[in-house]
Design a protein around this ligand. Structure first.
Ligand code: IMP
Ligand code: MG
Length: 188
């Protein structure tokens, strides 16, 4: 039976809330330093997984930035990438001549980001870099350069801190692995 407590569905915590806070602060400091000479870089959050990470990262950045969001489809209710990527919501901002930093929750096969990167490159930004909280290097199918990585993780499906399974668990403050029975339980 499903309980109201999302923590009860977690088998193991892979990255604690404290570890995330510390690493995100480090990334914020590094990005602030690297972008000092560029005016108002645009943080492009990839919805919805980026949300917690983007907010936390942005408050650790001490230069002027702008924020926008893009939404692309990835897995639906599955835990495997289909390789088919669709643009669900475009940016509000004209990015020509802007310094763009894509903010992602996780890079798995890399297919989503390879698609997004090629789409945004066509709009002639001044620069385009990628920042991801999590990276699964073992699973890479598309060769995408990643400029900022929070944590490399093993090939396991993870949830929490923005990452979902069937839209749940985004609100956990840590990154964890679900109990196997969660995947076989009837959909809520
Ligand atoms: P990729 O195209 O295979 O790199 O998949 C990227 C997207 O799939 C991410 O932005 C996530 O939304 C989702 N994803 C990949 N791995 C995980 C995971 O372990 N947990 C939750 N979502 C994931
Ligand atoms: Mg997802």
């Amino acid at each position: 039976m499903s309980t109201a407590d999302p923590h009860a569905d977690i088998e193991r915590i892979l990255i604690t809330a404290a570890q995330i806070q510390q690493r995100v602060a480090e990334l914020g400091a590094q990005i602030s330093h690297d972008y000092q000479a560029h005016s108002d870089p645009l943080f492009v959050g990839v919805l919805k997984g980026c949300t917690m990470f983007l907010v936390e990262l942005a408050v650790h950045v001490n230069i002027h930035i702008a924020i926008d969001f893009i939404a692309i489809s990835s897995y639906g209710q599955s835990t495997e990438s289909s390789g088919v990527v669709r643009l669900l919501k475009d940016l509000d901002t004209d990015i020509a001549g802007r310094h763009i930093l894509i903010i992602e929750d996780i890079i798995d096969s890399g297919l989503t980001l390879a698609y997004l990167r090629s789409q945004l490159e066509r709009r002639n930004p001044a620069s385009l870099r990628i920042c991801t909280l999590l990276n699964k290097p073992e699973r890479r199918q598309a060769d995408v350069p990643v400029d900022y990585i929070g944590f490399d993780i093993p090939n396991e499906f993870v949830v929490g801190y923005g990452l979902d399974y069937a839209e749940r668990y985004r609100n956990l403050p840590y990154i964890g692995v679900l109990k196997p029975e969660v995947y076989t339980r009837p959909a809520h």
